[in-house]
Design a protein around this ligand. Structure first.
Ligand SMILES: CC(C)(COP(=O)(O)OP(=O)(O)OC[C@H]1O[C@@H](n2cnc3c(N)ncnc32)[C@H](O)[C@@H]1OP(=O)(O)O)[C@@H](O)C(=O)NCCC(=O)NCCS
Length: 215
């Protein structure tokens, strides 16, 4: 097992893991099959700030990743979501039924959140901070590797004089990684219910949790 800096050749593997494990982590069969639109969410990190990205390599294969951003002001999340929505609309007729349902729910929630009808955008984010997003393939989880990966990133962020880092995670009855963040010195900064995945998990109460750590 090796933790190293991300390189352009890793992009496909990182996008695959992001798609396979990302966001809700479980029951991916209910999630979309369209990788292209989904990968827009990590496009900023791997294209604009690849030096802040790390991978976990196992037997020469990428088995996990951490994509980082040292300054949130460079990461325009609303704009990134708008781009992902436009991409979806542009290719609407090429998508299968499952993907249409998934992305339609995402877009609908994006607009209800924007209008303040649903609470997703009320999740408070720390000011003057950077952020990270990470995922490990299931066979590599629970072995301390995520903690090693995050330590490597936090050390790097500190060396760049970053004052704080946050990570936005999803909490549901089928997946709650709170202990991971707490064990790695993060605390809960804010938490709001989300309807982003309501069409896929209609009975599930899901939350967006912003974890935060001062460096
Ligand atoms: C969350 C994740 C990055 C953690 O990495 P990891 O290598 O599995 O975690 P570690 O082995 O370093 O775990 C450290 C501690 O965190 C806790 N933990 C880790 N993953 C957890 C999970 N999914 N649920 C609950 N606790 C978890 C454990 O308590 C563990 O401590 P212990 O070994 O003393 O019990 C990884 O499991 C993963 O990719 N999960 C799926 C997707 C995800 O949730 N990504 C984060 C979204 S930003």
């Amino acid at each position: 097992m090796l933790i190293r800096k991300y390189a352009a050749k890793d992009r496909k593997a990182v996008e695959n893991i992001h798609f396979k494990v990302g966001i809700t982590a479980y029951s991916m069969s209910r999630n979309p099959e369209n990788k292209k639109t989904y990968s827009k969410l990590i496009e900023y990190h791997v294209t604009k700030e690849p030096e802040s990205c790390f991978v976990l390599e196992n037997d020469g294969k990428v088995a996990g990743y951490l994509v980082g951003c040292l300054d949130d002001r460079n990461y325009k999340d609303v704009w990134i979501t708008v781009k992902a929505c436009s991409d979806f609309l542009f290719r609407y007729f090429k998508l299968n039924k499952k993907d249409r349902r998934f992305f339609y729910c995402q877009i609908r929630t994006f607009f209800t959140a924007l209008l303040g009808i649903t609470p997703e955008f009320r999740v408070k984010k720390p000011k003057n901070a950077g952020h990270l997003h990470m995922n490990l393939l299931p066979e590599c989880q629970g072995k301390g590797l995520g903690s090693l990966l995050i330590k490597r990133f936090l050390k790097y962020a500190k060396s760049k004089k970053v004052k704080a880092i946050h990570a936005d995670a999803i909490e549901a009855s089928f997946g709650n990684n709170k202990n991971f963040w707490i064990k790695n010195g993060f605390e809960i900064y804010s938490r709001e219910e989300t309807r982003f995945w309501k069409d896929i998990y209609p009975k599930e109460k899901m939350y967006i949790v912003c974890y935060y750590k001062k460096l």
